[in-house]
Design a protein around this ligand. Structure first.
Ligand code: 13P
Ligand code: 13P
Ligand code: MG
Ligand code: MG
Ligand code: MG
Length: 370
């Protein structure tokens, strides 16, 4: 029987400001999920946090888009919001945009990455969680893991995936998707996913010839855009992803290697600035400098009949110290630009912040140039 892994996250209140999740919220969530595990609804769960985002990792046998599981996540976030309210945490209930649950948590504010898979003999799985950025932040690292031979040696030397992978790319403005094969269509795909605020990688699949079924994703990324749900700026989307590894897939180290860049992503300070994505340990995922810089944590597990063996705090490795140092240098450099692009996002992307209201007030002052 198949197992479904659901990673569902929401910001239900920050402590202080948008910096971290209060331990009481984690406790509340653990109580709810423990109850669900006892009742047989869940096989297993882990509650984690990245910055001010509360992360629910759950395994179950009821498939993707299951109303019971999404409902459980929603109730858990509601309960955590009550706890946050009691502590007067910042922006309690921030990402819960709907008043009542209506069958599927998608489009209600929380971010969702789910995959239904046949558990292999050994199933290494990595949960990535980001804060102060948006779903497109995953485009570069997911591309490198599954399509860049300078990152993933296995694309060259492992016959089990030498033929590459298929990517499902979403146009999140037009609500359309396209399947693209790599390496054959790599240049076309890069033309899309380089525009990371619009085109986002949603899933990656093995190709025919792989021992992994083509119907089961090997990676999945949350793509919910909060402004599209709320119609106004209500914080950043702070995405998550699940990635499977080894035996016909990139090795653990190939999955982590793309995060050694500190690549530039959008979403820092008021969701309005570009900055380096800093890989960090669970303990240091509390963005404070200018509410950042943007963070990513990685929780590594082996699955055992749906149970989570782990996590291992994967970026808690001194081999990532150099990229952290580099991110700090990039942080100083970017910050020196203050309100100037490209530190601040371009006008088109500021459309979903509070800036348009400032511009409205200036509109009447403009006169024609000669
Ligand atoms: P082990 O021999 O330690 O299993 O390593 C296999 C591998 O491919 C690591 O990249
Ligand atoms: P969050 O989405 O993490 O709440 O960030 C809000 C923000 O704009 C912080 O500066
Ligand atoms: Mg917040
Ligand atoms: Mg956040
Ligand atoms: Mg957010």
């Amino acid at each position: 029987t198949k197992i479904t892994i659901s990673l569902i996250k929401a910001d239900v209140g920050g402590y202080p400001g948008h910096c971290s999740v209060h331990p009481e919220l984690i406790k509340t969530a653990e109580e709810k999920l423990e109850e669900a595990k006892k009742s047989g609804c869940l096989v297993d769960y882990r509650v984690m946090a990245c910055g001010d985002d509360l992360e629910l990792l759950m395994s179950h046998r009821t498939g993707c888009d299951c109303g019971d599981i999404h409902g459980l996540a929603w109730e858990t976030f509601e309960a955590a919001t009550e706890t946050a309210k009691g502590l007067k945490l910042y922006g309690y209930g921030q990402d819960l945009l709907a008043d009542a649950f209506s069958g599927n948590i998608k489009g209600m504010g929380p971010g969702v990455a789910e995959m239904e898979i046949t558990e292999r003999t050994a199933e290494p799985i990595i949960a990535f969680m980001m804060d102060k950025t948006e779903p497109g932040a995953f485009n570069l690292p997911i591309f490198k893991m599954f399509a860049d031979p300078f990152n993933t040696a296995g694309l060259i030397i492992d016959p089990s995936f030498h033929h590459g992978f298929t990517f499902e790319v979403w146009d999140i403005l037009e609500h359309k998707k396209v399947l693209m094969n790599c390496p054959e269509e790599m240049y076309d795909m890069l033309a899309l996913i380089g525009a990371k605020s619009r085109y986002v990688i949603k899933r990656v699949f093995a190709k025919p010839g792989s021992k992994i079924p083509q119907s089961e994703p090997v990676a999945v990324i949350s793509t919910e855009k909060l402004y599209q749900t709320a119609g106004k700026y209500v914080g950043k989307d702070d995405p998550v992803a699940l990635v499977r590894s080894q035996s016909g897939l990139p090795a653990l180290g190939e999955v982590l290697e793309p995060f050694s860049i500190g690549h530039l992503v959008s979403g820092w300070m008021r969701g309005s600035h570009n900055g380096p994505l800093m890989p960090c340990s669970f303990d240091t995922a509390h963005p404070t400098r200018f509410d950042g810089p943007p963070r990513v944590i990685a929780a590594g597990f082996q699955l055992a009949e749906g149970k989570f063996v782990g996590p291992v705090d994967l970026f808690n490795d001194l081999a990532f110290d150099r990229v952290r140092q580099r991110c700090l240098e990039i942080t100083d450099y970017m910050r020196a630009h203050g309100p100037f692009e490209p530190h601040r996002l371009p006008m088109e992307e500021m459309e979903y912040t509070t800036l348009p209201h400032v511009m409205d007030c200036l509109r009447d002052r403009f006169v024609d140039t000669e």
